[in-house]
Design a protein around this ligand. Structure first.
Ligand code: MTE
Length: 330
């Protein structure tokens, strides 16, 4: 995890708040073939704009925010910064189940089928369940959240996600008083995720949060971005987004969420615990052993910007860590 591109900024998409799930799906199919042909070209022309599926016009289903723009900003649900261009979010990814080459994930994952996907939610809960994506949307209608995303490799984006607060799903299954952590697991199926034939990580990819982190209103179970269903390369059909933590905590293509009593193992921590902590809270003062975390490359910008403590979400989440030394708990 260490290559950093130099790419100029492109565009901002207007903040509409409606989208249509069925049309999303059709758009997703088109996206696969468009991205496949575009990828090779982009490899040689990294500044070229790749065509992406058209934004769907039919009205439906993002929950209209009841709060004013100022309230959304204050809660951290929306950042006051331009979103990273859609083609850059779709074209530069980490998803080792497909390939370790960031520019090739879109191609490698283009045929990933997620029809009939179900997420098991079990462990220390009173009401375990198995949920389709549509059922997740019934538990809580998707809302738009525009978050900063800071990768531990010192690059960043601003991404307009759609999804439901993880807390809403956890409340529905009723954690017992013994539940202290939440463990997440990605699909394990090397026939569909060819990168799992290689031993680059122990599969399946696993992640975890403390229960209070998982219940925080910023923690999102994301099912879409740019008002369309989650594309394969970004973790279709459902992934985690915790904006104040390094991006590797944002586990993709989740099949199981288990409430547990003890801190669960996490993939990158198991790979190298001195480089990737369980907490992995963004902290410009704690360097990675091989590079500084003080600055970052915002994808699409020239130059570097300073990394913000807790990725700019200090006001919202610092209370989760009172009494903890965040240096020790990287
Ligand atoms: N989840 C799985 N299952 N496999 C992965 O390789 N990579 C992580 C995270 N989630 C990864 C994953 C890393 S290192 C980052 S930075 C983010 O996904 C990247 O998300 P993006 O490609 O949508 O920007």
């Amino acid at each position: 995890m260490d290559d950093i591109p130099q790419i100029p900024e492109r565009e901002i998409t207007p903040p509409e708040v409606y989208y249509n799930r069925r049309s999303w799906m059709r758009a997703g199919l088109t996206a696969g073939s468009v991205l496949a042909t575009a990828s090779l070209y982009r490899w040689f022309n990294p500044d070229v704009k790749v065509e992406v599926p058209p934004t769907v016009k039919a009205p439906l289903s993002l929950q209209k925010p009841l709060e004013s723009e100022a309230e959304l900003l204050a809660r951290g649900w929306r950042v006051n910064e331009p979103s990273t261009a859609e083609h850059r979010i779709l074209g530069y990814n980490n998803f080792y189940e497909f390939t370790t080459s960031k520019y090739d994930v879109a191609d490698a994952a283009a045929d990933f089928k997620t029809d009939g996907w179900k997420v098991i939610v079990d462990g220390l809960v009173n009401k375990p369940g198995t949920f389709t994506i549509d059922e997740l949307h019934v538990i809580s209608r998707p809302q738009e959240r525009v978050y900063r995303m800071r990768c531990v490799e010192a690059w960043s984006m601003v991404i307009p996600w759609a999804g439901l607060p993880l807390a809403h799903l956890l409340e529905a299954v009723e954690p017992t008083s013994d539940a202290k952590y939440v463990a997440f697991e990605t699909l394990f199926d090397p026939s569909r995720m060819p990168g799992q034939h290689s031993a680059v990580l122990d599969w399946p990819y696993v992640e975890g949060l403390r229960l209070d982190e998982a219940m925080h209103p910023l923690t999102l179970l994301a099912t879409g971005l740019y008002r369309k269903p989650m594309p394969p390369q970004d973790g279709a059909p459902v992934r985690l987004v915790i904006p104040w933590k390094y991006g590797f905590k944002g586990i993709k293509s989740i099949v199981r969420i288990k409430l547990v009593a003890d801190q669960p193992p996490t993939s990158w921590n198991q790979y190298a615990s001195n480089q990737y902590g369980f907490y992995a809270n963004v902290n410009p003062d704690v360097d990675h052993p091989r590079w500084s975390q003080a600055t970052e490359q915002r994808i699409g910008e020239l130059g570097r910007r300073n990394t913000l403590f807790l990725n700019g979400y200090e006001e919202q989440v610092a209370g989760l860590y009172s009494g903890m030394d965040l240096r020790e708990n990287f």
